[in-house]
Design a protein around this ligand. Sequence first.
Ligand SMILES: [Fe+2]
Length: 240
Amino acid sequence: MTQQNIYYGQSTEITRKVFIAHIKKAISSQNYQNSKYKLENLHKLSSENEKLLEKGTDQGTLFHKAIYSTFDEPNHFSSDFWLSYKNLCLEIVDILKKNTGFHEEWAIQRYPTFRFHFPNNVSVFEFHRDSNYSHPIGEINCFYAINECINSSALQVEKNLGFEDYFPLNLTAGQYALLNTSIYKHGDILNQTNKTRVSMDFRFIPKGLLKNQKSSLTKNIEFNTNSYFIGEKDMKIFKK
Ligand SMILES: [Fe+2]
């Protein structure tokens, strides 16, 4: 019997507020000038959410584009977002070292992936295992709830390996879960709440396990510390 083993943690409210401010600033800069809305009402800003997100569009909404474009800005690595992300990741690395007994250097996803789970929609187009997309088996995923994830708006996670017996990864705002999405299947069901769930996910793995990794099947991404990941030591000092 092999069951999903989840570690639950909580970020500071300051960290969560930095993430929210970054998202709202990025979105506001893309023609949504009014920033007096809550992230949970993001679906009211765009009609994009009315169409079921699918392969090719689940990471390609205007909101995704707005946020991902900030990662290319010259000052990104001195931004509050980067500093908060870096500190959270390094805190998580310490937890992972303690929990796994792997005290060597870890690799960390350089830029987090954002999910917008609009009402009556999904944020990821299919149930899958990340290893289906060539992610390394040893990866540990951090699923970070920027706002509440509850039942149908939560990620559905396989409990017993291979059983496809899903449970909702319910999280309060600012809470995160460390889990294995590389081999345990997961995905979304239609969000039946009236709120958009906004979350980030980002992955960790001992750096030594990245040797001879293949590229991602969905994007031309190399799973190494020059591309998708950044080494823990580099992250600590990294400024562009
Ligand atoms: Fe996944």
